[in-house]
Design a protein around this ligand. Structure first.
Ligand code: FES
Length: 127
C-alpha cells in the first residue's frame, strides 16, 4: 500500500458465490477479489482514467481493466503495458490479514489525499 494515512483493520464479508464485490469504508470504495482461494483488496477505480474496475477480469496473474485493457499485476499493482507512459500507473493493493480466522483488510482511515497532499507527502519522502 502506498498511502501514508493511518490504517485500521476492516472485516471482509465474503458473499457466497461471488468472485468480487465492492467494499465501502470511510466513503472510499474498494474491490475485494476472490482468486485462487485468496482474497485481494484493491482500489475500486483504475489508476489510468479513474474508471470502475469491478467488471475487470483476472487473467495470467493480473487484473485487467475492462476499459482500455491495461493489466495490473496481482500483489504489486504494477502496470504491464508496453507503453512507457502507461507503466507509471499502479493499482493500489491493500493488505489482507486474518484475525481469529476472519479475513480483514488493512484500509486507510479518512478521505483520500488530494493531489496537493500527495505531492507534499511525496516531497517529504512519505510516498
Ligand atoms: S481506465 Fe483502466 S485501462 Fe484505461
Amino acid at each position: 500500500m502506498n498511502d501514508p494515512r493511518p490504517t485500521e483493520l476492516v472485516p471482509l464479508d465474503e458473499p457466497a458465490g461471488r468472485d468480487r464485490w465492492l467494499l465501502t469504508h470511510h466513503s472510499n470504495q474498494y474491490i475485494v477479489w476472490r482468486h485462487d482461494d485468496q482474497l485481494l483488496v484493491t482500489a475500486a477505480m483504475c489508476p489510468h482514467k479513474a474508471l470502475p474496475l469491478l467488471e475487470g477480469v483476472i487473467r495470467r496473474g493480473a487484473i485487467v481493466c475492462p476499459e482500455h485493457w491495461y493489466a495490473f499485476e496481482l500483489g504489486t499493482g504494477r502496470c504491464r503495458a508496453s507503453l512507457a507512459a502507461a507503466q507509471q500507473y499502479e493499482l493500489t493493493h491493500y493488505p489482507v490479514e486474518y484475525v481469529d480466522g476472519v479475513a480483514h483488510a488493512r484500509l486507510p482511515v479518512g478521505q483520500p489525499m488530494t493531489l496537493v497532499e500527495r505531492l507534499r507527502a511525496h516531497a517529504r519522502g512519505a510516498l
